[in-house]
Design a protein around this ligand. Structure first.
Ligand code: GUN
Ligand code: ZN
Length: 484
């Protein structure tokens, strides 16, 4: 049975939502970061993390607990909450990741699902089959079917006061991810992790990641709460959120600390190369780089501070409608991340389905801004407008009225501004005077959209030296006048 995941606000496909968990008064507020707790490693315990970071929900691995006699008997007698000494929702993973890493695990689906139920997990995960992104289609297809039947079997083994996670597999095949999303949704699971994406993230294949998530989301539909399995580094959280991922689990804080690596929202430093700490968290305010370099626990705490701060930044951006500006900044952290952002912008119908109509201010801060959903939406709307007679299309500084019946302002990247709408969102955008080619090219797309329905009009574009790549796209019937 699907619980009532409620979306309060959205930006791109990102949303601020509430996910109720049986037994807890407070819903999980999403997007939420689930710190990964390894119960074998006490360097930074779950209780320490709860004290310092107040997370919404934790994730730990039921298979790791199951394999250790000591952890297993404690979990069975005190529950997973007693084992971790916490009183907040706990999600458990099943051992599928170990299955993917080591080729086999020593427990079956029913057994580990029943165990998760017995230790009181709030979100139970079946043993899905994480198909690597480059596996053959036939393998991906077969494994996704096995995964679906394991979700269905898990449903039979857990009581209704637990949430069931229904992983979406399908390897690197969009139509399989789409189908996996649809079929997972039909099982009536409560949250939907997108699986086997760690290899994509580790290889910085963010453009492929975008395609995989979009395909899965299309199959799942807009109201399914979605988890991105193993989304580790905070520099990609904004991209994951913009794709419509509501939950991310991260072991990166601990794994990176173990390797002496210092996370920032835009990348990573090795502790042996950093002298000055560019972070305002309490750890960095009170310690210097040398101290952090020699103290894995401090480094892990800094890494978690950065990760949680990024999630708060994303939530605030969604609230005020500035997630694309944040994405723009984050995508400058690494060329592969920029590829991911550009790929996301190409999924215009997907974004259009989710993006909300009114936000705060649209800030044009890069050529990518020209491809934001607001610009495409304006172009789609222009197709419904018609103009007649001799029409002048001119930028705000250009006036040749006398010879024309009507004048429409042209505002790159939007193109024609319908009369009376110039102060409305998104046409009220803050736009720099010095624009890139993409803005003019998109303005021409807007002109094409307006001319589409205006067959009785004669259009003239008066411009001040627009680039040829934009002008070349104008329909032949449109006259141009260059104004100095
Ligand atoms: N952790 C990271 N990736 C996966 C996955 O595909 N499935 C499960 N169950 N856990 C994961
Ligand atoms: Zn810090």
């Amino acid at each position: 049975m699907t619980v009532g995941f409620e979306v309060r606000q959205s930006d791109g496909a990102a949303r601020l939502g509430d996910l109720p968990v049986p037994g807890f008064d407070q819903p999980i507020e999403t997007p939420a970061l689930l710190p990964v707790i390894n119960p074998n490693i006490t360097m930074l315990s779950a209780a320490d993390i709860v004290d310092e970071f107040d997370p919404e929900v934790l994730i730990t691995n039921a298979y790791v607990i199951y394999q250790s006699d000591e952890l297993k008997s404690k979990a069975l007698s005190e529950g997973v909450h007693g084992l971790l000494d916490v009183d907040l929702p706990v999600m458990t993973d099943s051992g599928s990741f170990q299955l993917a890493e080591y080729g086999s695990i020593s427990v079956g689906n029913d057994e580990i699902v029943t165990f998760q139920s017995a230790i009181g997990s709030n979100i139970v995960t079946p043993v899905d089959l994480p198909t690597p992104p480059d596996a053959p289609r036939s393998v991906a297809n077969e494994e996704l079917s096995t995964t679906i039947s394991r979700i269905e079997a898990a449903r039979e083994h857990i009581d209704t006061d637990r949430l069931l996670s229904g992983p979406v597999q399908g390897g690197g095949y969009h139509e399989l991810r789409h189908r996996a999303g649809m079929r997972a949704r039909q099982t009536g699971a409560d949250i939907y992790p997108i699986g086997a994406v760690v290899p994509l993230m580790e290889a910085y294949r963010f453009d492929t990641l975008v395609d995989v998530v979009v395909a899965a989301k299309r199959g799942l539909g807009p109201d399914a709460p979605v988890h991105l399995f193993g989304a580790g580094h905070p520099m990609m959280f904004a991209l994951a959120a913009a794709l419509g991922c509501d939950l991310f689990d991260s072991a990166a804080y601990a794994l990176y600390a173990r390797d002496g690596r210092y996370l920032t929202p835009t990348g990573t430093y090795r502790m042996d190369e950093i002298d000055f700490l560019p972070c305002a968290c309490p750890i960095c305010a009170q310690h210097d780089a040398v101290t952090l370099a020699g103290n894995e626990r401090l480094l892990a705490r800094h890494n978690l501070h950065v990760s949680f701060a990024e999630v708060r930044r994303i939530k605030q951006a969604i609230r005020q409608g500035s997630l694309f500006e944040l994405l723009d900044i984050r995508s400058r952290s690494h060329p592969d991340l920029l590829d991911g952002y550009r790929r996301l912008l190409q999924h215009d119908t997907f974004l259009e389905r989710h993006d909300r109509a009114i936000k705060s201010t649209f800030m044009y801060v890069s050529a990518e801004s020209a491809h934001r959903p607001e610009v495409n939406r304006h172009h789609w709307r222009l197709r419904d407008w018609t103009v007649e007679g001799d029409v002048l299309l001119a930028s705000s500084g250009i006036h040749l009225e006398d010879r024309y019946d009507v004048r429409w302002e042209i505002r790159p990247p939007f193109g024609p501004v319908p009369p009376g709408l110039d102060h409305t969102y998104p046409l009220s955008a803050e736009i720099p005077d010095r624009l890139d080619t993409a803005a003019y090219e998109q303005a021409v797309e807007g002109i094409r959209a307006l001319s589409h329905g205006s067959t009785d009009a004669h259009l003239t574009l008066a411009h001040g030296d627009w680039p040829a790549t934009a002008l070349d796209r104008l329909p032949d019937a449109i006259e141009t006048v260059r104004v100095e």
